[in-house]
Each structure stands twice: as structure tokens, then as C-alpha cells.
Design a binder for this molecule. Structure first.
Ligand SMILES: [Ca+2]
Length: 287
């Protein structure tokens, strides 16, 4: 074999190899390499205050609440009865709140439920979307009690039960303690939103409903993503929420390009109302 033939063989082999590498890189679905977030103690077996920390927030008085975790159940109760139209809520937190407001445990990140580790955050990019019908928020919840405490004229009394997924975005500094700065996205995935007007009749929002609902308490994004409806008290409801839809809505409503998942709050909140909700699990399914 002459030098020229040998050179040609090497040249063709080189072309073939680079084409193969190019083909592999550009035909492999990017979502296969997407790190997913998972929850620690999704069944609420250990606790409270080990992997999920119970707390409350309120901008009104009087306000009472109770959080408990036992026998694999997380129970959240609040009573907001200030007659001022201000809000309050009760939460189980896992991960980090924005504005350096505190943290509890850390999120898990990895390629599967069996292969993951504790991370500060898990990143998602608009240009590499996750696959539909693959990655789900899996929740079982019941509402034991809820009603209005006071009917404000020309105003709603409201009761929400949901899971708030918290994200940093783009170049914003999630730790920034200045609430005049927009540094976070709260994606409130709501399994039930009930409200009352002057006549005291209960109404329920019908899913799906996706909106940006600015808060009067900070400048961060607050998205209302209503995915369910719970009309019967004392009955278990199970939800499988496709996170592909959730991420699509977050990117669409906020116009951001990069999301960093920092943590979640399992919560009940409202104004001029009380609610008692029990969560059996808040889990992730990755198919
Ligand atoms: Ca459980």
C-alpha cells in the first residue's frame, strides 16, 4: 500500500469518525442528560424538621396555625381572620428560600430517582426543554376543613392548597436580601383554590389556569398554576402533574431563559379563611 493510499485511508477514516461523533452529539436527546430534581422524604416518614421544616408567615393579626408530621402524613392548618384582606400561610419547606430568608435540608439532583445527590440547585434551560410525559409531580392530598372567616365587601376570601416550586433565574442573585429586587420565581402549583364573595357561597377555580399573580409583599414572580380542583372535604385526591407543562408555562409567563430550582414549599394559604390540609406524599416520578 503506497503512502498516498495510506493517507487516503486515514483521511477517510478521520472523516467517518468525525461524522459519527457529530451524528451522536446532535441526535442524542438533550433531555437524557438533564439533571432532574427530587424530594427528600417524599412520604413524610421522618420528621418534622429533618428534611421538611414546618413554619408559617402572615401579614395580619390575629393569625393562628399548626403544622405536624406523623405516621407518614404532613398536616397544615391556618386561620386568617384579621378582616384586613392581608394574607397568611403555613408551609413545609425543603431547600432554600430566596432573599436569604432561610433553608431546610437540600434538594436532590440527578439523572434518576436512584442515582442522585444533594445539590444547591438544579438548572433547567429554555433551549433544552425536558420531554413531555416523562417527568411528573406526584401528590396525594386531602382537605379536612376550609371556610371563610370573614366576608370583605368587594373582595374575595381565598383558600389555596399547593406546592410552591422556587427558582432563581438568569443572572439574578437569589440570595439578595433586598425585596425591591426581583430575584426568584415562585411557581405555585395549586391543587385547589376556593374563594367566597359577599354571599358566602363557595366557588372553585377550574383547572387548568395559568397566570402571573404579582404579590404585594415582594417583587418576585408569583405564578398561579392551577392544576386541580378539590370540592369534597375528607376525600383523598391524587395528582400527576407533567412538569413539562409547568416548565413551559414558567418560561412563557416570565420570559426567562435559565431556571435554577432551589427548593419547594408544601403549603396552605389564604386571606379571610381557614384551611386544614393533609398531604400523604409529595413525590417526583421520572419515567
Ligand atoms: Ca405518606
Amino acid at each position: 500500500m503506497g503512502i498516498k493510499t495510506l493517507a487516503l485511508v486515514f483521511f477517510l477514516a478521520g472523516v467517518l469518525c468525525s461524522s459519527l461523533v457529530f451524528w451522536i452529539i446532535y441526535t442524542t436527546p438533550r433531555s437524557q442528560c438533564q439533571t432532574s430534581f427530587f424530594f427528600q422524604n417524599p412520604d413524610f416518614i421522618d420528621g418534622p424538621n429533618i428534611k421538611w421544616c414546618g413554619s408559617h408567615w402572615n401579614f395580619s393579626y390575629p393569625f393562628s396555625y399548626n403544622v405536624s408530621m406523623k405516621n407518614g402524613l404532613a398536616t397544615l392548618f391556618y386561620n386568617e381572620s384579621s378582616k384586613t384582606g392581608e394574607w397568611g400561610g403555613v408551609v413545609f419547606l425543603q431547600g432554600k428560600l430566596p432573599h436569604s430568608w432561610g433553608s431546610c435540608s437540600r434538594p436532590l439532583g440527578g439523572l434518576s430517582k436512584e442515582n442522585n445527590t444533594e445539590l444547591d440547585y438544579i438548572e433547567f434551560r429554555r433551549c433544552a426543554p425536558i420531554t413531555p410525559n416523562k417527568y411528573f409531580l406526584h401528590v396525594r392530598v386531602k382537605i379536612l376543613a376550609r371556610n371563610f372567616t370573614y366576608l370583605l365587601e368587594h373582595n374575595e376570601s381565598v383558600s389555596n392548597v399547593g406546592v410552591d416550586l422556587m427558582f432563581g433565574f438568569d443572572s439574578a442573585n437569589y440570595e439578595d436580601s433586598d425585596t425591591n429586587h426581583r430575584v426568584a420565581i415562585h411557581a405555585d402549583i395549586i391543587f385547589s383554590r376556593a374563594y367566597w364573595f359577599d354571599d358566602g357561597q363557595i366557588h372553585h377555580n377550574e383547572p387548568p389556569e395559568y397566570a402571573n399573580s404579582p404579590s404585594r409583599y415582594d417583587r418576585d414572580w408569583h405564578l398561579t398554576l392551577i392544576v386541580g380542583k378539590i370540592s369534597d372535604l375528607g376525600t383523598w385526591y391524587e395528582f400527576n402533574v407533567d412538569l413539562y407543562t409547568i416548565f413551559s408555562q414558567i418560561f412563557k409567563l416570565t420570559g426567562t431563559n435559565t431556571l435554577r430550582y432551589y427548593g419547594a414549599q408544601v403549603y396552605a394559604d389564604g386571606t379571610n379563611s381557614f384551611t386544614e390540609a393533609v398531604f400523604d406524599y409529595v413525590d417526583i416520578i421520572l419515567i
